[in-house]
Every structure is written in structure tokens, then in C-alpha cells.
Design a protein around this ligand. Sequence first.
Ligand code: TYD
Length: 138
Amino acid sequence: MQVVKYAFQQHGDDRGMLIALEEYKDIPFKIQRVYYMYDTKAGVHRGFHAHKKLEQILVCIHGSCKVLLDNGKGEKKRISLEKPYEGLYISNDMWREMYDFSEDAVLLVLASEPYEEEDYIRNYEEFLDFIAQKGEIY
Ligand code: TYD
């Protein structure tokens, strides 16, 4: 299972740092939604879902957090996000959990779709069935 992490171009000078993200250039999809999580309480785990269609890129623009990715075929990866210039790409059909948020963590999400509850798979058994059924088509 391949984990795709982007290293965004940093525009740094003696004033500080700046990162600019453009769709289809720095981000491989049209950005239809941006949201961010902050003030995440200690010990909290979030996510616990997959998307049928949506792709996203996670950027921990302040602080740090971890992400568990699970492809539903027995492969899991744990990734640390702790740099504002790193973006974790998450494809559709991927179960994700976010955890170990530092107190100051701000997790930015760039998403390829608007918010649509029908695109979510929130039940893990259902996710495994969904992946298994897809596998049979090919
Ligand atoms: P939720 O899906 O529980 O977040 P996570 O998967 O990270 O644990 O979302 C929390 C709340 O925010 C829930 O009431 C739905 C709402 N929400 C929106 O209205 N729009 C959005 O784009 C997202 C991601 C969530």
C-alpha cells in the first residue's frame, strides 16, 4: 500500500515562510471544499470513515497529529503529520482515523467534493464489504 505524501514548495525569505496551493498544480484535483479541525481534545480519535468518491489532502498546518490509513485489504499505515509543508493524499475507498493531536494542532483538509453524507461509509464492516465487492468486479 503506497502512501502519497506531498512536499509543497516553500516560498521562504527573511520575512518568513509562505505556501500556495493551486488545484491541478499542487493539488491533483479540483478543490471543492476546505475545512479544518482545531482545539481537538486530548486523546480524541476522529474520522472513522471512508469515502466512495471523495479524495482529499490533509495538511497539519500547526502542531502535529497522526493518521491511520486502512485500504480494507489487510494493509494499514500510520503516518505522522508535523510539518506545514507536508500534505497527505487520501484516495477514495480508504478508511482513515486521525489521532494523537497535539494541543495546538490545526488540521487543514482540502477535499475534491462538497459535503455529501451519501459519499461516506461510516461502518467498518460495511467498508470491508464495499471493498471486497469492488474487488470482484475486476
Ligand atoms: P465529522 O464527520 O464527525 O468529522 P470527523 O469525520 O472528522 O470526525 O464532522 C463533524 C460535524 O461537522 C458533523 O456534524 C458534520 C459537520 N461537517 C460539515 O457540516 N461539513 C463538513 O464539510 C464536514 C467535514 C463536517
